[in-house]
Design a protein around this ligand. Structure first.
Ligand code: NDP
Length: 320
């Protein structure tokens, strides 16, 4: 495993990491969660991503049981706060919800502090300064080491950074945006000025577009043990498994075969070719997927400029 700095922070995160969305504490039970997380840890993964919203808190409980077995200094764990429940103050980025949501997350994860805390979405109803002050406070209290955002636009990040500079507060250090072969604009274009200006790191999500980029949906059949077959994920079949995208994934298959890897490994390695990606958060519903995905690290060097150009031509979506 290789490790990258989280933007301009001193923290080092494994190039491939693992996250809990959909799977742990929900689709997958405690023993499945343990098998996946330990397979990742054994491969050198040091970053485990979570959120208060995942499986209504169960994802943190399930992951926390596994992390408890590991030396605290050997891993980086995150949570993301925004969606905590149905009450008037159970969502958003107010000082009240951030504080209450975060304290509950720490208990579920069974840790004294998280390494990374994210604002899971922007909150137009809370002044950005209130959120920045609250995040700064968590770090000064030793309950979090770095703070960041997820799916904020460049303007919101710039504003938070400006507030932090004006008031001598700790700035946001990282963003958690979606990034994969089909979703590139924000990471490659919108955030481009921010990497240097504020030392922004990125912990990118859905690198396989929820499994589409594994090629397993290529035959037009949804395997019954896949995410797209889960109840409540009809949107995935409609919005992600689109015929135009499936056509592209089919054309990626021969390139992966030439490189001697799977489409999933090539798609993960492709994300790692971007130097502004600090870590690629993988997802896996079983340890075999973890082991396959971790081998993506060996594929990065096979993505020569020539191969990257062939992929680029196929994708046809390079941000202008
Ligand atoms: P991916 O796009 O990589 O999808 C992962 C899913 O694809 C797995 O759960 C599995 O689902 C399937 N899969 C993975 N590897 C393989 C393989 N080798 N072969 C076949 N199928 C495979 O990532 P996620 O969408 O899970 O996102 C990763 C993480 O990012 C999340 O866990 C979460 O921590 C974070 N995230 C953050 C968000 C945010 O708003 N900040 C939003 C979404 C995710 P199955 O076997 O069930 O088909």
């Amino acid at each position: 495993m290789k490790y990258r700095r989280l933007g301009s922070a001193g923290l080092r995160v494994s190039e491939l990491s693992i996250g809990a969305w959909v799977t742990y504490g929900g689709q997958v039970d405690d023993s499945g969660t343990r098998a996946c997380l330990l397979a990742a840890y054994e491969a050198g993964v040091n970053f485990f991503d979570n959120a208060e919203a995942y499986a209504d808190g169960n994802a943190e409980i399930s992951m926390g049981k596994v992390l408890k077995e590991l030396p605290r200094e050997s891993y980086v764990v995150s949570t993301k706060i925004f969606w905590g429940g149905k009450g008037a103050n159970d969502t958003g980025l107010s000082r009240k919800h951030l504080t209450e949501g975060f304290h509950k997350a720490l208990k579920r994860l069974q840790v004294d502090y998280v390494d990374l805390i994210f604002c899971h979405r922007p909150d137009p109803d809370t002044p950005i300064a209130e959120t920045v002050w609250t995040m700064d406070n968590f770090i000064r209290q030793g309950k979090a080491l770095y703070w960041g955002a997820s799916e904020w636009d460049a303007q919101q990040l710039t504003e938070a950074y400006a507030v932090s500079q004006q008031h001598h507060l700790l700035p946001p250090q990282m963003e958690q945006p979606q990034y994969n072969m089909f979703h590139r604009e924000r990471v490659e274009k919108e955030y481009a000025p921010l990497y240097q200006m504020m030392g922004l790191g990125t912990t990118i999500w859905s690198p396989l577009a929820s499994g589409l980029l594994s090629g397993k949906y290529n035959d037009g059949v949804v395997p019954p043990d896949s995410r797209a077959a889960l109840p409540g994920y009809e949107w995935l079949r409609k919005e992600v498994l689109r015929p135009d995208r499936l056509a592209v994934v089919k054309q990626l298959a021969p390139i992966a075969a030439e490189l001697g890897c799977t489409i999933a490994q090539m798609a993960l390695a492709w994300c790692l070719k971007n130097p502004h990606v600090s870590t690629v958060i993988t997802g896996a519903s079983r340890p075999e997927q973890v082991r396959e995905n971790m081998k993506a690290l060996d594929v990065v060097e096979k993505l020569t400029p020539d191969v990257m150009e062939r992929i680029e031509t196929l994708l046809g979506n390079r941000p202008k």
